[in-house]
Design a protein around this ligand. Structure first.
Ligand code: NDP
Length: 345
């Protein structure tokens, strides 16, 4: 019964998102080690752990690396993080609903279910998984060193597959109402009661903005897409879905300049939106504001030890996963700002 409880706690925590995650993480931290053990994860090692391959990440690229390395009997060690970058283990796909474009699932599959399957496949072939966030690496000499708060791994080779995280905008009130109406993940937070039957806004003009706006029409009375230009970059099919949804209204050529609270001093009460052509500022009384404006690669922990490009993505030699350090490889969204798809990761 204890094992089942711990397993359930770990699964719940892996699924929890920012609105719920902060409290959930604090309240169950004491059970984390037990939960990890029950879930087939490795507990913290006493001294440095030696491995041929250490993988950092928990998304499609990380688990693909783990499955291949494990089947090649390289006994990989994988750090999946503990709410690293504020995202549950499994990465960005855990923040989406139906994945319809991954081959082999003609009826679609929930992102979280797809990632649970990937993890199970890595474990099946003997990958050791630590539910800890990597805080530093040392690639200056061999073996390479990869450290979390509890564990140090010495590795002959390292795969960096830490993905990317959603970008946020900053304006008056954006921090005060963060997680109090403002979010960067509609799928994670959209179902919260504060948004039910209330107007909601999404910022962005890419596929994410279209997807999130459509998703939010399930909960909100109306959804505004606020976009800084007069055209979307989203794919035609995603645009068509959004534009034909009667609950969606587009606010072109505009940016949010301020967020303010409700009259009761509670969460978000609305936003001021500036038209970038006319300069006019309008008031939108929305209960929710969701950023869907792209992502930042999760590379800060590398502390300059790998060559990065101008936008902070790991630089890889064209057509390969080789980085600037021999024996250190990068895969997935942490080095791909063009395709950013499961299949390419
Ligand atoms: P994108 O980079 O494609 O789009 C980001 C959007 O945010 C753009 O419209 C951009 O405006 C806007 N933006 C960026 N910075 C700012 C800012 N500072 N202020 C205001 N607006 C800003 O990111 P997405 O997350 O939408 O998509 C990433 C990738 O994932 C794409 O390849 C996409 O196709 C894919 N994807 C696919 C999905 C699917 O097929 N189901 C679902 C979601 C994503 P501008 O256009 O003016 O630059």
């Amino acid at each position: 019964a204890l094992m089942r409880l711990c397993s359930k706690l770990a699964a719940l925590l892996r699924r929890s998102r920012p609105f719920a995650a902060a409290t959930a993480a604090a309240s169950v931290s004491a059970t984390a080690t037990a939960a990890a053990a029950a879930n087939g994860m490795e507990e913290a090692a006493a001294g440095p752990l030696r491995t041929r391959v250490c993988i950092i990440g928990s998304g499609p690229a990380a688990h693909t690396a783990a499955v291949y390395a494990a089947r090649a009997e390289l006994k990989p060690v994988l750090f999946e993080g503990w709410l690293a970058n504020d995202i549950a283990a499994g990465g960005q796909l855990t923040t989406t609903t139906d994945v319809e474009n991954f081959p082999g699932f003609p009826d679609g599959i929930l992102g979280i279910d797809l990632m649970d399957r990937c993890r199970a496949q890595s474990v099946r072939f003997g990958t050791k998984i630590f539910s800890e966030t990597v805080t530093s690496v040392d690639f200056s000499s061999r073996p390479f060193r990869v450290s979390s708060s509890d564990t140090v791994v010495h590795a002959d080779s390292v795969v960096v597959a830490t993905g990317a995280v959603a970008r946020r905008l900053h304006f008056a009130g954006s921090d005060a109402f963060w997680n109090r109406g403002i979010s960067a993940c509609a799928v994670c937070d959209g179902a919260a009661p504060i948004f039910r039957n209330k107007p909601i806004a999404v910022v962005g003009g890419g596929d994410s903005a279209m997807e999130e706006a459509n998703f939010l029409t399930k909960y909100g009375s109306r959804v505004y897409i606020i976009h800084r230009r007069d055209a979307f970059r989203a794919s035609k099919i995603m645009q068509a879905r959004a534009l034909s949804n009667p609950k969606i209204q587009v606010v072109w050529d505009s940016e949010v300049v301020e967020a303010y609270g409700g009259s009761d001093g509670g969460p978000l009460g609305g936003v001021k939106v500036k038209n970038l052509v006319t300069g006019e500022v309008s008031d939108f009384q929305v209960a929710g504001l969701f950023f869907a404006i792209g992502h930042e690669p999760a590379t800060k922990f590398l502390a300059g030890q790998l060559e990065l490009d101008s936008e902070g993505y790991v630089a890889t030699k064209p057509g390969s996963t080789h980085t600037s350090v021999k024996g250190v490889f990068a895969a997935g969204d942490v080095q791909d700002k063009k395709y950013r798809q499961w299949t390419t990761a």
